[in-house]
Design a protein around this ligand. Structure first.
Ligand SMILES: *Cc1c(COP(=O)(O)O)cnc(C)c1O
Length: 431
């Protein structure tokens, strides 16, 4: 496969953009080699600047559950754009959108729109602190909640891929207010709450972790965490930026029957446009300015073009059978990948919930940060490049989830599995 145009662009990019990319994991540091530059996406397929085509299993890191350039979203965006891209004033669409979010996620009684997942999580923490009058927060090892200062402690994902510890630039005084516990271990949370519960404003968690590769919550884990939070007056914040509107229409909270105090959303919610949201209990959200004293604002918040895209996306996802179909295609991929790895005698553990999936290059079960770290990242890197060469675009890191979209059908599944057959076999030989 020829990547001459991508390589030329990357050389130029590195002179003017740090690392040549506008977000770290795009740079292929986790797999080696240079990133591919894309020209176009249509449905399940991506075309790079050299004309190579790939089945896309990244989906812009989650938002594109309907595939690329989904016609109703494109139409909605064009239509909204013609009527003006921003007003900095209220519009009817944002009211309808807020009502739709609240109807879809009953635990969200009030919601504020922002422009990214990071903005949503940063604001949710501030509101939790403002509401409880407590300063510390609890997060879980390997969970990623965006690039906000309080979260860059044991943050998985890009931080993990690059092997950076906690980031320079985050003051110690901020980092020390972020307590961490292992994922899938309620006993650890009990001990932390017993000792420091009265100082902890909230526990924030990815219900299904996507940012350490996919980690599945053990049965009863999330329910148990919610109960412990309640017992200690710690707000339970579900970060559904990745899982919201993806694992089911009502997100992980619908799937696992949870009632978080606050929820953060973005990715699928914005249908591929910059849009996020945080919301939850009315008594808590009533503390947000100008209704209450906790300040949060944004020039482009509730942007009419982004809202139009999000609305078109959520409406399309309401079609009957959507999530069943997505699950079926994802299961075909999961089962096929396991079969191909087995045939090539490559030990893997595949974790999947709905349309989020990771092939870990280890024969051992993966359920938390240390067990994920046992994966052979060098082997994943070789697998990644073999798949790329066969026309499959996977997330360029062992510690990221692959995302299946509704644009992927049987021909694409067959394409991915044929590529995987070759890729796994090439590993077998290389050892
Ligand atoms: C992607 C992600 C974020 C950050 O969202 P951005 O839109 O990239 O700022 C936060 N939390 C989770 C769980 C995510 O997957």
């Amino acid at each position: 496969m020829n990547h001459a145009h991508s390589q030329a662009l990357f050389a130029r990019a590195q002179a003017r953009i740090p690392g040549g990319v506008n977000s770290p994991v795009r740079a292929f540091r986790g797999v080696g080699g240079d990133p591919v530059f894309f020209r176009e996406g249509a449905g399940a397929w991506l075309t790079d600047v050299d004309g190579n085509r790939y089945v896309d299993l990244v989906g812009s890191w989650g938002p594109l559950i309907l595939g690329h350039a989904y016609a109703p979203i494109v139409d909605a965006v064009i239509d909204a754009t013609r009527r003006g891209t921003s007003f900095g004033a209220p519009t009817p669409a944002e009211v309808e959108f807020a009502e739709l979010i609240c109807a879809t996620m009953p635990a969200v009684e009030m919601v504020r729109l922002v422009s990214s997942g990071t903005e949503a999580t940063v604001a949710a923490i501030r509101v939790a602190r403002g509401f409880t009058g407590r300063d510390s927060i609890l997060k879980f090892e390997g969970c990623f909640h965006g690039a906000g200062d309080p979260f860059l402690v044991k943050a998985g994902s890009g931080v993990e891929t690059l092997g950076l510890p906690d980031s320079p630039g985050v003051p110690q005084s901020v980092a020390k207010l972020t307590l961490t516990a292992p994922f899938n271990d309620l006993g650890a949370v009990e001990r932390i709450f017993a000792e420091k519960g009265k100082d902890i404003a909230c526990a924030i968690i990815e219900p299904v972790v996507g940012n350490m590769g996919v980690l599945v919550p053990k049965p009863g884990y999330l329910e148990g965490l919610q109960a412990l939070c309640q017992k200690h007056g710690v707000l339970f914040v579900l970060d559904e930026v990745m899982t919201g509107f993806r694992l089911s229409r009502g997100g992980a909270q619908e799937l696992y029957g949870l009632k978080p105090d606050l929820t953060t959303m973005a990715k699928v919610l914005g249908g591929g446009m910059p849009l996020g949201a945080y919301g939850g209990r009315k008594d808590i959200m009533s503390k947000v300015a100008p209704a209450g004293p906790v300040y949060q604002s944004g020039t482009l918040s509730g942007n009419p073009v982004a809202v139009a895209a999000g609305m078109a996306c959520l409406k399309a996802l309401a079609a009957p059978g959507t999530y069943k179909r997505l699950d079926e295609v994802s299961r075909m991929l999961e089962e096929g990948l396991i079969a191909e790895a087995k045939a090539a005698e490559v030990p893997v553990t595949v974790n999947r919930v709905g349309s989020m999936l990771t092939v870990f290059f280890t024969g051992e079960p993966v359920y938390d940060y240390p067990s994920a770290k046992k994966a052979d990242t060098a082997r994943f890197g070789r697998f990644f490049h073999a798949m790329l060469n066969e026309g499959v675009y996977l997330p360029p890191s062992q510690f990221e989830a692959a995302f299946v979209s509704l644009a992927i059908g049987e021909p694409e599944v067959a394409h991915v599995l044929a590529a995987a057959r070759k890729a796994f076999r090439s590993l077998g030989k290389a050892g």
